[in-house]
Structure formats: structure tokens, C-alpha cells
Design a protein around this ligand. Structure first.
Ligand code: NAD
Length: 442
């Protein structure tokens, strides 16, 4: 079975590489010619553990190939659309579907009824988009018959950056939104290798599949915000938020995941997907107080972190230096989209604080980010910490967990640590003579 994946970013590339691992013939397509040229040379344009090996192995075995020409979809039984759906520049936070519709328009000229392809949206798209796509194809290719010559389906993706391969190959579930039994049969066949590993493949109608993705992300975002709010109460009146989270998480109805307090959620999904879900409520003239509260709380959270830093740094701030460890929104990724650091760092720069940053995933593109234009990037942690008034943990990369704290102590000007991810033990640090602050402890 030949599969095409249009859009070779985090999701498209992982999807393509993983399906090729099952022995399908996969072509990953992207309009970004530079990206495709890199991939053809076995160079991976993103930081994702394990992805490079998988790509090399399957291109060498001729299961996986890359193309910047959409005509390469020819002969595909399944065509995935995995392009970005960012927040629209104007409006109420709705998803910008222009890349998805661009692809659909281009595809409408290329569909071959002999292939009877299924066009599957893997991109996260609002409820109702599948229907719009069907209408678009019916208008653009009136000679082809929907459900006879081609089909449309929804197959939202739940992988997480940093553990994307494992998530794809061992998912909690696969969700497929279909409109007829023939589409269901082919997608069942496609996911048979995962089903054999006992991953549940859930079939729904197209709208439900679209909404499952948004509802799941919004629920996880709410869970994070909930524990962040509980952390604030602990800081004021006592209690240890980690113990609270542990006690809550042991309840099977709640579960322990996504109960880690921090500087607020970021990344390429939760912020834009909560906004888009809220916009769907608004568009349909429904009120959503819960989702709006999550969005507002999370925006406010980042500024709250700035206040926390200012208190510890103590005025005057001018020329105070902060060693900022980790700038990505989570470890094991180089993705900076909507990372809290993009708000915290410029706010600190505004009041004259110098940021010396380190991130294990640092690459030249970090220097081009406008919010980071004043940041001094350091190749190792100790260079960042030297002479600093505070060491701040923003992202919980593993290499920060085991850091040589005796050495750090000698390098810091002020022995202040602000741990926004609770990776250290307070007692240990205080015994070492540090002034240590974290999240959710008085
Ligand atoms: N990143 C994640 O962790 C994640 C997880 C689950 C779902 N998603 C969803 O998956 C979708 C893709 O996300 P991503 O992070 O992979 O995005 P991305 O920005 O990393 O990649 C999108 C790719 O699509 C390409 N593209 C855009 N228009 C194209 C066109 N007309 N033809 C060919 N290629 C085109 C871009 O050049 C880019 O390489 C989004 O809807 C996102 O919400 C993302």
C-alpha cells in the first residue's frame, strides 16, 4: 500500500517514518524545498529523539522517500494532510486552515479515480472542517464521485514532541473519523500493525474525531492550569504541591499525568488548540467559561513567573544577570512555539536584566527569534551561570537534574536558585547554602 504524507514537519515526518517502519511505501512531501533536500541527504531538520535512525533505516530500505512535488502522491491509497494549523492572525483565536485548504485545492487537480484514494486530515482541524473539505472537493472536481472515486477521513494525531516515535508506535489509542464502511476497512488495514500491539483503534464519525482531538488537548491544558492554581495556594498557605499532586494522581479517576506545576503550558498545540476550541464555541454562539478561563489563566501565569523572578532578584534590576536554563517549552525538543520563555525573557530584558541562556537543543535558529534578540547564548551550563545573580530552571532537561551544584555555587554571584520545574530537593540545596525557591511550596 502506498501512502503519501503532505507536510513533513513534526507530525508528517514522524507519521511517514513510522508507517515506513511497518513496510508501507511512504512518500513524505513538503513545499519547503530546503527541508526536502536535507531529508534526501538523511539530515533531519528537527530535534526528535530516534527519528534520524528511523529515517535512515527506511530510506536505505527504499520504504521511505521525500519529494517537494505534489504529483508524487500518484498511486497512493491513503493521502495524509499534516500541514500546520496555527492560530489565525486576525479573529478570535480560530485555527488558520489556509494550508489545509491550499493542499486540498492542489490535490483536487491530481486525484486519480483509479487509485480511489482516502484523503485523511492528520492536522488538528476544528469540528466541521471534514464536511467543508468534502464540499470543496465536490465543487472542485464535479466529475469525481465522493465515496466512489475518493473518500475523506479524519485521523487526528496525539503524539508528543520529544517522545513522538514511541507515542506513534505505542499509542494509547488511534482515532479515525470515517463516513462509510469502505474507508473504515482501509484505515483498519493501515493500522493493523498497531492493533496487533493492542493499541485500540477507535472509529467514529468525522466530526467526533475532530472534536476528540481538541477536547483532549483542552482537558490536558485544564489539568495543568488546575495544578498551577493549586500551587499558588500552597505557596501562600503551606502544603507542598508535589505531594498534593501525588495524592491526587494516585486516584485512578484523576491519574498522575499532567499534574506537574510549572511556568504555564506552551508548545505548538495546547495554546493554539485551546484558543481554536474557544473560537468554535463562539462561532456557534455558545458560551465557554471553562476554556476561556484556562486560556486567560495560562497567559497570566507567565507574567506571574516574571513577578516571582523580580522578587528574588530584588530591585534595582539593571545589569542583574540571570542564568536561564532551558528555553524550549519542554525537554527533548527544539520547539520554541509559545514557550513561556518567549514572554519571560523579554519582560526581564525590559527592566534591564541580562539573560545568559543555555539549552541542550540550541541551534542557530534560536538567535533569530525576536524575543531572544538580547539573549547571550552559552554552550555550557557553567558559562551561563558564571557571575549570575540567579540560576533559573525553565525547562526540565535531564542534564540539569544531575548538575554539579557545588561547582555552580562557586560560580554564582548570588546563591539563588529558582526552580520552575521542581527538579531539585529544597532541603539539600538549603543545606548547601543556597536560597532556593520552587513552585507550589511556601
Ligand atoms: N507538533 C505536535 O506535537 C503535534 C501533535 C499533534 C498534532 N499536531 C498537529 O499536526 C499539524 C502539523 O503540526 P506540525 O507541528 O507537524 O507542523 P510543522 O509546522 O512542524 O509542519 C508543517 C509542514 O507543512 C508544510 N506545508 C505547509 N503547506 C504545505 C503545502 N501546501 N504543501 C506541502 N507542505 C506544506 C510546511 O512547510 C511544514 O514543513 C498541526 O495541525 C498540529 O496542530 C501537532
Amino acid at each position: 500500500m502506498k501512502i503519501s504524507v503532505i507536510g513533513s514537519g513534526y507530525v508528517g515526518l514522524v507519521t511517514g517514518a513510522c508507517f515506513s517502519e511497518f513496510g508501507y511505501e511512504v512518500v513524505c512531501i513538503d513545499k519547503d524545498k530546503k527541508k526536502i533536500e536535507l531529508l534526501k541527504k538523511n539530515k533531519i531538520p528537527i530535534y526528535e529523539p530516534g527519528l534520524g535512525d528511523l529515517v535512515i533505516k527506511n530510506t536505505n530500505a527504499n520504504y521511505l522517500s521525500f519529494s517537494s512535488n505534489l504529483k508524487s502522491i500518484r498511486g497512493s491509497k491513503i493521502i495524509f494532510i499534516a500541514v500546520g494549523t496555527p492560530t489565525a492572525r486576525r479573529g478570535d483565536g480560530e485555527a488558520d486552515l489556509k494550508y489545509v485548504f491550499q493542499v486540498c485545492k492542489q490535490l483536487s487537480k491530481l486525484i486519480d479515480k483509479n487509485d480511489k484514494p482516502i484523503i485523511v486530515t492528520k492536522s488538528t482541524v476544528p469540528i466541521g472542517t471534514g464536511k467543508e473539505i468534502i464540499r470543496l472537493f465536490q465543487n472542485l472536481c464535479p466529475k469525481l464521485k465522493y465515496e466512489v472515486d475518493y473518500n475523506i477521513a479524519s485521523n487526528p494525531e496525539f503524539l508528543r514532541e520529544g517522545s513522538a516515535i514511541e507515542d506513534f508506535l505505542r499509542p494509547d489509542r488511534v482515532v479515525c473519523g470515517v463516513a462509510n464502511p469502505q474507508t473504515e476497512a482501509i484505515l483498519k488495514e493501515l493500522y493493523r500493525p498497531l492493533n496487533l500491539r493492542e493499541a485500540p483503534v477507535v472509529f467514529t464519525d468525522i466530526e467526533s474525531a475532530e472534536l476528540i482531538k481538541y477536547a483532549s488537548n483542552a482537558f490536558l491544558a485544564l489539568k495543568i492550569s488546575f495544578i498551577n492554581e493549586v500551587a499558588d495556594l500552597c505557596e501562600k498557605v503551606g502544603g507542598n504541591v508535589q505531594m498534593v499532586a501525588k495524592g491526587m494522581g494516585l486516584d485512578n479517576r484523576i491519574g498522575s499525568k499532567f499534574l506537574h506545576p510549572g511556568p504555564g503550558f506552551g508548545g505548538s498545540c495546547f495554546p493554539k488548540d485551546t484558543r481554536a476550541l474557544y473560537a468554535s464555541f463562539k462561532k456557534n454562539k455558545l458560551k465557554s467559561t471553562l476554556i476561556k478561563a484556562v486560556i486567560d489563566f495560562n497567559e497570566d501565569r507567565k507574567l506571574k513567573m516574571v513577578k516571582k523572578i523580580k522578587i528574588l532578584l530584588k530591585s534595582p534590576y539593571k545589569q542583574k544577570k540571570v542564568a536561564f536554563l532551558g528555553v524550549t517549552f519542554k525537554p527533548n525538543t527544539d520547539d520554541l512555539r509559545e514557550s513561556p520563555s518567549l514572554v519571560i525573557i523579554p519582560e526581564l530584558n525590559k527592566i534591564g536584566v541580562d539573560i545568559h541562556a543555555h539549552d541542550p537543543a540550541f541551534n542557530k535558529s534560536f538567535e533569530k527569534i525576536k524575543q531572544f534578540k538580547k539573549v547571550k547564548w552559552k554552550k555550557n551550563i557553567f558559562d551561563a551561570v558564571k557571575g549570575a545573580d540567579m540560576m533559573l530552571i525553565h525547562t526540565e532537561w535531564n542534564e540539569y537534574r544531575g548538575i554539579d551544584l557545588e561547582k555552580i555555587k562557586k560560580l554564582l554571584r548570588n546563591k539563588v536558585i529558582l526552580d520552575l520545574r521542581n527538579i531539585f530537593n529544597r532541603e539539600e540545596l538549603e543545606n548547601m547554602g543556597y536560597s532556593y525557591s520552587s513552585i507550589g511550596k511556601k
